[in-house]
Design a protein around this ligand. Sequence first.
Ligand SMILES: Cc1cc2nc3c(=O)[nH]c(=O)nc-3n(C[C@H](O)[C@H](O)[C@H](O)COP(=O)(O)O)c2cc1C
Length: 361
Amino acid sequence: MVRTPICERLGIRHPVFGFSHSLDVVVAIADAGGYPVLGLARELPHEVPQLLDEARRRLAGRPYAIDLMLPSQVPEAARIEDLRGALPPAHVDFVQGLRERFEVPPPVKESFFTSQVRSQALFDEQIEAVLASDCSGVATAIGLRADLIERAKARGKLTFSLVGSVRHARKAMDMGVEVLVAQGYDAGGHTGPVGTLSLLPQVIAVAEGRPVLAAGGIATGEQVLGTIAMGAEGAWLGTLWMAARENHTPPALLKRLVDSASEDTLITRAHSGKPCRVVRSDWIDAWQQPGAPEPLDMPLQQVLTGDVFASMHEHDDARLIYEAAGQSVFAIRGETTVAAQMAELVAGMERAWRRLERLAA
Ligand SMILES: Cc1cc2nc3c(=O)[nH]c(=O)nc-3n(C[C@H](O)[C@H](O)[C@H](O)COP(=O)(O)O)c2cc1C
């Protein structure tokens, strides 16, 4: 069994870190011996306290982290109705044209995407909830807040930061972040222009011995062991878990993920306003066509399109549905479980280890 120092430090069996927005996936990753990371960036603020109570109850003292997206260039505070009224008319017309062309029904359920705007006030509320929770780690992506890092450390929570460049890594180091997650271009979600294999050694070089994890495009145990051989203390995976039953992935999205190869993912600003790797669909393709407007900046792009994103997920629209997904999508072949995925990752690490042993002999 391959273990690294961070496994001892966190009390986990395997050097596998699993990001998910689903508490069921998070609990299953803990059960399987990995380190789960619960994303809070899509939660309705009034539902966060209940979710974190449930996390406390179901994880029952096992280690887990909570992840926040903290971009700096968002309003101090904002109401979605006010921002909707201020959207550029050409963008509003374009999206209305797509709604009509694709016959998008309005979403019925309230969701983050139909009612919330990313703002500093929202982040403040999320930060207080995370600090009050019993999570053993706090992760941040897209941006960093010195107050969060300092207060999380003072509460004994291990701090992680997703970094996509050497510049981001240096910034996180300067703020005292304890674990750097080198997240490459291959990753699902918001990502920079450098591939995981090139980014990892550069981040390790500036980490001054602090643990570094590898993220982006990783979905096999052989890859996990490869990054450990390069100096990472583990791998951080996101896309793979969407194939797990515990993720409750809408059937049309699961089918799209199964049918998609690495090249069916692309980086677009059409999802959030910031470059984000997603799996293609007719909705994403419509934003790449000649004549389509440049997506708006974060948070306005989600004010403009959030209802459509919510609708395609609620109604499981086979043409439009997409999600953040990495080049790692190649490993999704059908519905499975987190336990089976972890067993396969561990088996892959062992295969790679034996291969190296034979070569060394
Ligand atoms: C559906 C989805 C949503 C994501 N949302 C977030 C998020 O809210 N915060 C975050 O730090 N990373 C997020 N990520 C990125 C993951 O943390 C991770 O870095 C990435 O998935 C690794 O690459 P992979 O997708 O190839 O495994 C998301 C990834 C996916 C697939």
